[in-house]
Design a binder for this molecule. Sequence first.
Ligand code: PLP
Length: 492
Amino acid sequence: MQKASSALLPVIALDRKALLPLHKQIYDSFRKHITHGSLRAGQQIPSTRALALELKLSRIPVLTAYSQLLAEGYCETRIGAGTFVSRSLPQQEPVHGRQPGRNQAVAPKPRSVARRAQWLEPYRPQPWLGGLGAFCVGQPAYEEFPFHLWAKLVARHCRHPHINSLHYGGPFGWDGLRAAICSYLRTSRAVRCDPHQIMIVSGSQQALELTTRVLLDAGDAAWVEEPGYWLTKQVLTALGCKLAPVPVDGEGLDVAQGIRRCSKARAAYITPSHQFPLGVTMSAARRLQLLDWAERSGSWIVEDDYDSEYRYDSMPIASLQGLDRCDRVIYIGTFSKTLFPGLRLGYIVIPEDLLGRFAAIRNAMDLGSPHLYQAVLADFIGQGHFARHIRRMRQLYNQRRLALVDSLRKRFGRGVEILGAEAGMHLAVTYPMRIRDTEVSLRAVREKLWVAPLSSAYAERPDKRGFILGFGGTPAVQASEAVARLKSLLNA
Ligand SMILES: Cc1ncc(COP(=O)(O)O)c(C=O)c1O
């Protein structure tokens, strides 16, 4: 018996009223797909029967077109397997987008896009964020993740999918996961919430965008930490908001300076548990000052609690949201650090009176995060694997950060300042340098060391130079050698 063909059907537009015979139209379409590279050498094409069925034709014109393609060497048959684009054809690069016409200059004129699409520069990944390995910021210990357990849960949910998980869900996400997150947040993060206030999103990034869409208009100003998280600034810029950078000192965001610089800000975006990138924990006095400002000015606080599960020398710091008595805080969390970023799952805790607004905007953005992984994650948390994994990782990351701190002190000596090593999966270092930190980071990329320059986290003129070093994905035994290589780049 012949195996069912797995060939994809290429787009073949037939004009039944045209003078050109149907077999010629089919032949022309295939030849174009092959010469333009959208059908590649060695790729299977559909059987004549399947194509005739798809095009609602008799097989005769299809057979005629195929025999012409075979005769001219565009295609070849393999007995028992089917018809393929000839392997001997030179590989054509796929043709994308516009081709310069005969009278057109080679470089086409830029075409107009919406003004708001130009508020951000065209996307170009930062070189130092482009790889995995030593010092990569945001890389957890992938090799330690309990994939055997995870795989069992995925398999179970695939084998016996809940019918609701196959259909569209509501904008808030999978109820089982919302309940699991709610009890975790109440117990471990002192967040005040009920399950119905939790919305599952595709990572903190979506949470930041959704929150901004709901709370701010284009032209509104928002406080951002200086230095601060790159992608918060990108969200605000993309939505036409004005950045009001507020310096961070040893107590976190300097609220008094924020009020002096931009008292009318509609919101403050902060990372109070472990400031990104300097690692400061916001003091109790500043937290109360910030809440007081938000209440008096009718502004919002967006708390990005991205990695607070990992604290090494003390208990995790309670959330700012837990102190809020006026429902001015939107609390955002993610599974990117505790599990893995490719999961793309995070959550927002939304004040009661804003639930409808958030749901409406979310519904216009997408129709929810994939249910399969929400259901798997609900079990993963419910069965205790999540808490166990965090406990194990806390110990492991503690070893990794101690090894890194030790190596930095040994190699860099007294000039090095290490910031924020008491929590999270990264620390920041400053060091007197004759060259710019971006230059060192670019050199490091060539060495497969992924160090983000501290200056890249500033919206305005940087007042610190140095690096952000991730240690979650850098085993303790590799720390000393990697730090030695980084140090040698400063002297090169
Ligand atoms: C400050 C901050 N917020 C959020 C995130 C995580 O974002 P996401 O949940 O979209 O992966 C990161 C990751 O590096 C971060 O540094």
